[in-house]
Each structure stands twice: as C-alpha cells, then as structure tokens.
Write a protein that binds this ligand. Structure first.
Ligand code: ZN
Length: 271
C-alpha cells in the first residue's frame, strides 16, 4: 500500500475562535499552524481566507501572503479552496488561482449545506476546471455525493481535466452523503482505477472515516475546518489531529508520506 498522504484543512469557512480558539484566521496564524502540522506529518495544506471579522473572504492577497510566507520555509503542497462560501462568482473564485498553488479544490456539483445551498452550476465547474488546466493546477474533486463523481469524469471526457484524478470524499455533512463504511466502499468503487482518493469525515466522523481510509488504501484529511473536537468535550488543535492520524496509520502498519512522496503518489511535479 502507498504511504498515507495527510491533508490538513486548518481553517475552512465556518469555525471561529469563539468555537475553538485554535482556528488560525490570519495569514500569519495559518502559516505558523501549517509549519507545526508539517512537522507532525501533513503533506498538503488546504487553504481558506478570512477577513478581520473572521468571516470567509475571497481577498487574493490573503492567499498570496500565505503562499509567499511559506515558500522557502516549508515543502507542503499548497491547495487553495475555490469553495463558494467566500464569494460565489467565477471571478471571485478564480482570482486566487493566480497564486499558482500546486492544487485547488473543485466541487463538481451542488449540495445542501445544513442551512444553505452550495450552488455549483455546470458552467462554473467547467470554467474552474479549464482555468486549473491552463495554469497547471491539479484539481482535488470535492465529492459530497455519488453523482459528483460522474460529473468529475465528464470533465475528463470534455478535455477539461486530465486523469488520473484525485478525489476527496466529504462525508457526514448534514445534507450530503452520510459517513458510513458502506458509502465509503461505494464511493471508492465508483472512481476509475488509478485514481487517488482521500476522505474528509465531518465532526465525529473525521476519526473513524480516517481510520477506514487508512485500512482501505485511501488518504486522509483532518483539521478544524471539518471537526473542532479531539474527542467529546475536548477542543482539538490542527497539529494534534495530524499527529493522531499519523500515529494511528503507523500503528496500523502504514507509513506517512512526506510532501515529496505525496507529490509522486498524486502525480504532481516533484519539488
Ligand atoms: Zn475547504
């Protein structure tokens, strides 16, 4: 089995410091947190921007500052979120790609969030995919439901994405696919051979879906974006979540990938 690629998603759009004081919300906090997570075994950093009030932001300067500050200090693979909570227009969501991260997230369908609708029209998905292809950015297909796998594969048919694809199964968010092992097996069996996949379990599903993925040959995303607790009643830190999943993987006989090993596994240019 390949070594485990650990993604850390330290910030996201939702949790604030009042929910967990360890959520990094300024570029400086994101960078310091990223370096601690790299030390614990993370190889991909999934980045969201916030404004001074901790609300989601689409300000490209936030991404520039994180990317420029990390360059030379870190070997992490940078993955910019193109998620729509910070701004829904194509322009808002593509501006940040100009920082030329190695990866970016691409949600290939629409889904209900607990209190809103996350809209990704076919035209917007195709335009984002095209932009990533032209800039040499590898998309991570964000899969909230089975139909989104078919949508991702249709991008390949249209020449807008190049296989092998990399998928992230987001599981356990109310409104999207429930976090069960049966659903994970079905998702894994629904992607083409040669693809890579990771799982993002939401809230208490983060740990158990991560362990399933370790055993099934997938990869794992952890972090406060998806889950703010270490266990019931105990707030997590990003680095503790990375440390725990790395420890469990090694205990289960699977080594943890360095960023360069992750580049090879995901078919990125090795740095
Ligand atoms: Zn995200």
């Amino acid at each position: 089995m390949e070594k485990l690629v650990i993604t850390v998603a330290p910030t996201g759009s939702v949790p604030k410091k009042k929910d967990n004081p360890h959520v990094p919300v300024t570029p400086k906090e994101v960078v310091e947190c990223a370096l601690r997570c790299e030390d614990e075994g993370a190889s991909i950093l999934h980045i969201h921007a916030r404004d001074a009030q901790e609300n989601p932001s689409d300000d490209p300067s936030f991404f520039w500052e994180v990317v420029e500050t990390l360059r030379g200090r870190s070997n992490l693979i940078l993955q910019v979120s193109t998620g729509g909570r910070a701004g829904t227009s194509l322009d808002s969501r593509t501006k940040r790609l100009q920082v030329r991260p190695e990866m970016a997230s691409l949600t290939t369908g629409s889904v209900n969030f607990p209190n809103s609708v996350y809209i990704n029209e076919p035209q917007l998905i195709e335009a984002l995919a095209k932009e990533m292809l032209e800039l040499g950015i590898k998309p991570e297909m964000e899969i909230f439901d089975v139909s989104m796998i078919a949508n991702a594969l249709s991008l390949v048919d249209k020449g807008l994405a190049k296989p092998p694809l990399h998928f992230n199964f987001v599981m356990g968010l109310r409104g999207a696919i429930p976090a069960t092992i049966e659903n994970l097996v079905h998702l894994k069996n629904s992607i083409p051979a040669g693809s890579t996949w990771t799982v993002s379990g939401i809230a208490s599903a983060q740990l158990r879906m991560g362990v399933h993925a370790i055993l099934m040959g997938g990869h794992v995303r952890v972090g406060l974006e998806d889950n703010i607790l270490m266990r019931k009643g105990e707030l997590a830190t990003n680095e503790a979540l990375v440390r725990r999943i790395a420890f469990l993987s090694r205990e289960l006989g699977r080594e943890v990938a360095t960023p360069d090993e992750a580049r090879r596994i995901l078919g990125l240019k090795e740095g």
